[in-house]
Design a protein around this ligand. Structure first.
Ligand code: ADP
Ligand code: ZN
Ligand code: ZN
Length: 746
């Protein structure tokens, strides 16, 4: 067996561990990171070669099977990425193979070659006689435009410019005036972006920005974590841009042979913040790679491969981009580092921020965590000097932060949703020609339908939840599963016709305003209003162009939008987080409130924020409003410390769900007993407990919570314990997972 070697493969399966195979090849070294097809049980699965095993490794020869096929001629994953994935799978206690295949774009999870697709572009003939176009004005227009595109234009680009155009192109082709050819998609993108974006100049940095920039720039060739905590509008983005510019220029100055530096920017949701991509395009005039799950498989594969080849210098992506092979990564930026969507909520439960920090350490490069409202985890790390804390307390454009005012709703009739204080403020700001935001984190028309006679409540059959009435199609929706049904005319319990819609959602606010504020146009900005492609962009543009005066929105308003003409934000109801049983809810509410408030007064006008609450005396709410987020965070941390909650302790959560509540309980009980025997003795174990919303989408859910004072206590013996859980007979009747550093509560 001299011409074959032993290799370890991460196979695309939830079964834990790496698997050994025999490969008949002389140059395995070059094959690490390539995909292979391997026999696995009775199936053939795809895997990625992780390492070569040396001679000392003994595997029963009769058990060893041969690799069927090597799919890639060159590695898809570089050694750094492999190391990152192995570490992440270990840290999050997830099957390595499944982790590796989560990291690959979907198109590369199949047995297909990893090739960058070529796109078709149209070009004009050099010496064309265009006299025949005199009677075809549309064709003339298209021809003239096309003749000015040096690298041609794709069908998509032409459609964007002229609308439906295929017959027109066909005629031009028949006349022999244009032709098409395969082209490098990147070159086309490059050329079209050059012509469509307007170049913007970098502003002169404020003192705070310049200071932050310099401290980060001083660490460009080493590992450092910078927590850039800047109030909303302080110009964090400009600090990122200055760093990017510095890196782009530096690689331009180095000799030809040096690879250009690449920068990875990770944001919670690209779809919600098209502004950042536009600003990047305007400033840098080079193609920007965007990586997220909302693009076609082919495009995602192409972009992913091109990034690996070093063809993009700026990469803007969601959490999944953290595992992308990037040949010459020089800086990582995590924007809105507090946002929970940086953590994957199903399958491989990784947190992109924490994986990115490990990646930066491995590569010895700096990483910037930016937020106006950093997570308590990061705040503590900064306090303890593990992160460099950079504070920007002033807004970049010299406008003061908005004035905040609390309104005690207890003094008002329970049915009122707009206090007189807020009403008056709205009139004042609207009459001055400014825009007003009303924030209510509840979609739909009314969150409950009840019977006035017998107190029946419309409930979801599949969840422990009330149904929300939506007025656009008069249906009841469950916001926790896809269930929907028509609104009954009569109470199903007592046949009374006296059914009441109770409470307010954004749709109802919209209706309410149609009376008192009818001279002002209002727009709703929630997930229902941006379901279709293009709607979000349209709403953002309409707000920007002041086609609406009042914006009624949910938490998508908190996602870093820059609305220059908003001067008043009314927070209709902030009480959810204050009264919630989940200890993280308070932090989340404070972040949401600060972010939403930060949409106000971003230009000349002094902004104002009116917060309606039934708990205006709450000390943390008071401190947030009087002194700002950093003081709030300080106090919230003290509270966590006194209860020994994260980030002062470490947690993992074992979740189970099943069609029968007993099954989930029984599995968790078994798991707990095994844990008591095998996991660290200083581990605190709580549960099994039913989840706060026990029934969801027809499944009963329960958890066991593990807490420890050190990470080591959490991880000691955990991998073996998990192997045993897989083998428990009770495991077959449930779906379960283990969440390390859980963000969602019980
Ligand atoms: P943040 O991301 O911290 O909320 P942005 O980077 O979006 O802030 O900046 C807020 C606004 O201030 C933007 O319109 C931006 O163009 C502007 N701005 C940022 N820095 C400066 C500066 N140094 N001079 C002038 N305007 C600036
Ligand atoms: Zn009834
Ligand atoms: Zn439901």
């Amino acid at each position: 067996m001299t011409d074959s070697v032993l290799i370890q493969v991460a196979v695309d399966t939830p079964v834990r561990g790496l698997f050994d195979y025999r490969l008949k090849s002389a140059q395995t070294e070059a094959l690490i990171g390539c995909r292979v097809l391997v026999p696995f049980g009775h199936r053939e699965l795809i895997g990625v070669i992780i390492r070569e095993l040396d001679d000392s490794h003994t595997v029963a020869a009769d058990k060893l099977r041969d690799v069927i096929q090597v799919i890639d001629p060159t590695p898809l994953l570089d050694p750094h990425c492999i190391e990152l994935l192995l570490w992440s799978a270990g840290y999050y206690q997830y099957a390595v193979g499944a982790a590796v295949f989560t990291a690959l774009p979907p198109a590369l999870r199949k047995n297909k070659p990893a090739e960058i697709s070529q796109s078709r572009v149209w070009l004009t003939q050099g010496e064309a006689d265009t006299a025949s176009l005199n009677r075809a004005p549309k064709q003339r227009e298209v021809f003239d435009w096309l003749s000015q595109q040096p690298t041609g234009a794709s069908d998509d680009a032409l459609r964007q410019q002229f609308g439906p155009i295929s017959t027109c192109l066909k005629s031009l082709e028949q006349r022999g005036l244009i032709f098409n050819q395969l082209s490098d998609a990147l070159a086309t993108q490059q050329a079209s972006e050059k012509t469509t974006t307007l170049e913007t100049q970098a502003p002169e940095l404020t003192t705070e920005q310049a200071d932050a920039y310099q401290q980060i720039a001083a660490t460009l060739d080493s590992f450092a974590v910078h927590l850039l905590e800047g109030v909303t509008g302080s110009g964090k983005t400009e600090v990122y841009f200055a760093l990017i510019e510095q890196l782009l220029n530096a690689s331009g100055e180095r000799q030809e042979s040096a690879e250009p530096a690449q920068i990875l920017i990770i944001v919670p949701e690209i779809g919600l913040t098209p502004q950042l991509l536009r600003r990047l395009n305007d400033r840098f005039q080079i193609p920007i790679a965007t990586l997220h799950s909302n693009i076609s498989e082919q495009q995602r594969q192409d972009t992913w491969l091109r990034i690996g080849l070093g063809q993009y210098q700026i990469i803007l992506g969601t959490r999944l981009s953290v595992f992308t092979p990037i040949a010459n990564l020089a800086l990582i930026i995590i924007d809105e580092e507090h946002d929970h969507s940086l953590k994957q909520q199903e399958g491989f439960l990784y947190h992109a921020r924490d994986v990115a920090i490990y990646r930066a350490r491995m590569l010895q490069i700096p990483i910037v965590l930016g937020s106006a409202t950093p997570s308590l985890e990061s705040t503590l790390n900064a306090k303890q000097d593990r992160y460099n804390h950079l504070l920007m307390r002033q807004r970049a454009q010299a406008t003061p932060l908005p004035r905040m005012q609390l309104v005690d709703m207890r003094a008002l009739p329970a049915r009122d949703i707009l206090s007189p204080t807020l009403r008056q403020a709205m009139h004042r700001h609207l009459e001055a020609g400014n825009q007003v935001i009303l924030f209510l984190n509840r979609r739909g028309f009314a969150p409950a339908l009840i019977c006035h006679e017998c107190a029946w409540v419309a409930q979801c059959d599949r969840c422990d939840a009330k149904l929300t009435f939506h007025s656009n199609n008069a249906k009841l929706y469950c916001h926790h599963c896809d269930h929907r049904r028509s609104k009954p005319e009569q109470c199903p319990s007592c046949q009374s016709n006296n059914l009441l819609l109770v409470g307010f959602g954004t749709q109802r606010i919209e209706q309410l305003l149609a009376d008192e504020f009818k001279q002002y146009s209002a727009i709703r900005f929630d997930r229902d209003a941006i379901k279709r492609k293009g709607q979000l962009e349209q709403i953002l543009e309409d707000i920007q162009e002041q086609r609406h005066s009042i914006i009624i929105g949910t938490q998508i308003l908190s996602k870093g939008h820059d609305f220059p003409r908003v001067s008043l934000v009314g927070v209709l109801d902030i009480d959810y987080g204050i009264f919630s049983a989940d200890y993280r809810a308070l932090e989340h509410s404070a972040q949401l409130l600060t972010q939403v408030a930060g949409r106000s007064g971003r230009r000349k006008e002094q902004g104002e924020v009116v917060i309606q609450s039934h708990a205006p005396d709450h000390p943390l709410l008071q401190s947030l409003i009087a002194k700002g987020y950093p003081d709030f965070a300080e106090q919230a941390l003290a509270l966590r410390q006194s209860c020994n909650l994260p980030p002062y302790s470490y947690q993992m959560l074992l979740r189970a769900r099943a069609t029968h509540a007993d099954h989930a309980q029984q599995f968790l009980q078994q798991a707990k007993q095994l844990a008591q025997k095998q996991l660290a003795s200083d581990l605190q174990i709580m549960g099994p407990l039913p989840s706060t919303m026990e029934k969801r989408a027809g499944k009963f859910r329960a958890v066991v919570l593990f807490s420890a004072n050190s990470r080591r206590s959490l991880s000691l013996g955990t991998a073996d314990w998990l192997q045993q859980l897989h083998r428990l007979p009770e495991a077959r009747r449930v779906q379960w997972n283990l969440d390390i550093d859980p963000l969602e509560g019980i």
